[in-house]
Ligand binder design. Structure first.
Ligand SMILES: [Ca+2]
Length: 338
């Protein structure tokens, strides 16, 4: 008898190596979690690459006919020059230019792209899965912002919104003050926090949390070299192979510069957000705080402004995470291989 579906998740992503791992983690939960849709957004890579990357991953997991993929917005709402792709991190194509397992099939993959725009699909699916749909957003928030502008009642139909982005303590990874996703489209991030937080549970998995729980390099290398799954079915070996190539690409980038804090270990930022959305037990301690995004500022555009102490400021109320169960997180990562 088929297991009962417990969660319905829409993944909005700018895939992106760590988005890829997050999507793999989601797909590996197919018995209990329905991947309602994958909506693509410009960000880590050009939108056209993001679409292809998501289709490649779905093909790898034999989910092309089960999970619809939608094309979203190209570029941020306003680009003042800070919205640039990050090929130096994720490779020009977003997946470290990892060759496709079956490259000849790639052009045919686009046949699986839906005609409906991602923003319209988000609104439609929020009605079809009213009260049940969770959105996990692991890229710039342009699609999610456009959706609430078109339909302000959308958040009230959602079960929850999980966002990987922003910096709770002001540590930026693109500028000194701003994290990539929020800097890429600060206006969208501002619209989302103000448009969703009062309508549905809104969670932020901030950049610093992922740094705190990065996987130390010796542990990461041991994990990468683990061949224990290789004797399983061929499809699993394919997934393992692809997974490892992506992870190795990220490792190579991080180890180019060992001196900065975030290179102390591997922080697959988007995977933490997906893990918490999939399994609440990953979160050990959380804190509700007011937060908003700076859209102006000479040094601080795109930074997350968090109200740590005072109750006198009215800001969107967001759930942050202080501690996670790192063993359970690693277990979910490992299961994404299977
Ligand atoms: Ca991402």
């Amino acid at each position: 008898m088929a297991a009962e579906i417990e969660k319905f998740i829409l993944h909005d992503c700018d895939t992106g190596s760590d988005d890829a791992i997050a999507l793999m983690m989601l797909l590996s939960h197919w018995r209990k979690v329905k991947t309602v849709a994958v909506t693509c957004i410009d960000g880590n890579a050009h939108l056209d690459n993001v679409i292809m990357n998501n289709l490649r991953i779905l093909k790898l997991y034999d989910q092309l006919d089960k999970v619809p993929v939608f094309k979203g917005c190209q570029g941020p709402l306003i680009n003042v020059g800070t919205a640039t792709h990050c090929g130096e991190v994720h490779g020009v194509d977003g997946l470290g230019s990892v060759p496709d397992i079956e490259p000849a099939a790639s052009p045919d993959l686009l046949k699986h792209l839906q005609e409906e725009h991602a923003v319209n699909a988000i609104i439609r699916l929020s009605k079809e899965y009213s009260g049940k749909l969770t959105i996990v957003a692991t890229g710039p928030l342009t699609n999610i912002a456009m959706a609430v502008k078109l339909d302000p009642y959308l958040p009230k139909r959602l079960k929850a919104l999980y966002i990987m982005g922003g910096n709770r303590y002001g540590k930026g990874n693109v500028t000194p003050a701003a994290e990539f996703n929020f800097l890429f489209d600060p206006e969208a991030a501002h619209i989302v926090l103000n448009g969703y937080a009062s309508g549905c549970e809104t969670h932020i998995i901030d950049y610093e949390l992922t740094l705190t729980y990065s996987t130390p390099w010796p542990q990461y290398d041991k994990w990468l070299s683990d061949e224990s799954n290789k004797k399983t079915k061929f499809a699993k070996v394919r997934a393992l192979h692809k997974h490892k190539m992506i992870l190795n690409t990220l490792r190579d980038f991080c180890l180019k510069d060992k001196d900065v804090e975030f290179h102390a270990g591997m922080a697959l930022c988007d995977a933490y957000a997906m893990a918490i959305a999939l399994n609440k037990d990953v979160a050990v301690k959380s804190t509700r705080l007011g937060a908003d995004v700076e859209v102006a500022g000479f040094h601080s555009r795109g930074s997350l402004v968090v109200n740590h102490f005072s109750k006198n400021f009215k800001m969107p109320s967001v759930m942050f995470y202080d501690e996670i169960n790192i063993e359970l997180y690693h277990q979910l990562l490992a299961e994404a291989f299977l």
